[in-house]
Design a protein around this ligand. Structure first.
Ligand code: DX5
Ligand code: ZN
Length: 214
């Protein structure tokens, strides 16, 4: 699956930017609060507006403090998947249960320096594992291949039937890096600049899809 990240899109023309990637599997929406990460983007009102102009499932990546309080609103609004950071959540398991009760899928994200091992037990409560391959906060950064060990660990647990998870990667994915990520076992590739910093975002999505399948 390919999930274009609208962080690199034109914020004044979001409806058109979504229409430009009709074959996207998910639209990745980066919510930043200038507390958990040193950048500020958009929040629930914008997500509600996006839901009105697209049928593509919204994959909301909450890079915010206190997700235990805020995540539920995105689920109630109709986001398909709501991902919170393990570094920010006070009670990740309760949070996942609340997201499910509100009708959404639940995702857990780990920053590049956060090990997966201490959290393996909680993963069974989630539908998505979002492995960050850059420090969260900004688009256009370089891919950190060392996080692929976490992808391999998760892939293995899924393939051996221990977990049911979409393994997602976020940060620095482009036509070159997507191949190593695919090889490590990623199911869903988030790409911001590699899709929207091009003249034809729709074509860029398809080019990434082909590379991932190679
Ligand atoms: C970064 C965001 C990413 C960002 C990726 O904190 O979580 O989703 O949009 O951008 P690229 O693909 O340009 O690295
Ligand atoms: Zn993201």
């Amino acid at each position: 699956m390919i999930a274009p990240s609208i962080l690199s899109a034109d914020f004044a023309n979001l409806a058109a930017e979504l229409a430009a990637v009709p074959s996207a599997d998910w639209i990745h929406v980066d919510v930043m609060d200038n507390h958990f990460v040193p950048n500020l983007t958009l929040g629930l009102p914008v997500v509600k507006s996006l839901l009105k102009v697209t049928d593509i499932p919204l994959d909301c990546h909450l890079m915010i403090a206190d997700p235990d309080r805020w995540a539920i609103g995105y689920a109630e609004a109709g986001a398909y998947n709501v991902t919170v950071h393990v570094e920010a959540a006070a009670d990740p398991v309760m949070l996942a249960k609340n997201l499910h009760a509100a009708g959404a899928k639940a995702g857990l994200s780990v920053k590049p320096g956060t090990p997966l091992e201490p959290h393996l037990e909680t993963l069974k409560h989630y539908d998505t594992l979002l492995v960050m391959s850059v420090e969260p906060g900004f688009g256009g950064q370089s891919f950190m291949a060392e996080v692929l060990d976490k992808v391999r660990t998760a892939r293995n647990l899924v393939d051996t039937g221990h977990l049911k998870l979409v393994v997602e990667i976020d940060g620095g994915i482009n036509a070159e890096t997507i191949e190593q990520a695919a090889e490590a076992g990623v199911d869903c590739f988030v790409a911001g600049s590699a899709v929207y910093d091009t003249t034809d975002p729709g074509k860029a999505v398809e080019a990434l899809r082909l590379k991932a399948a190679e």
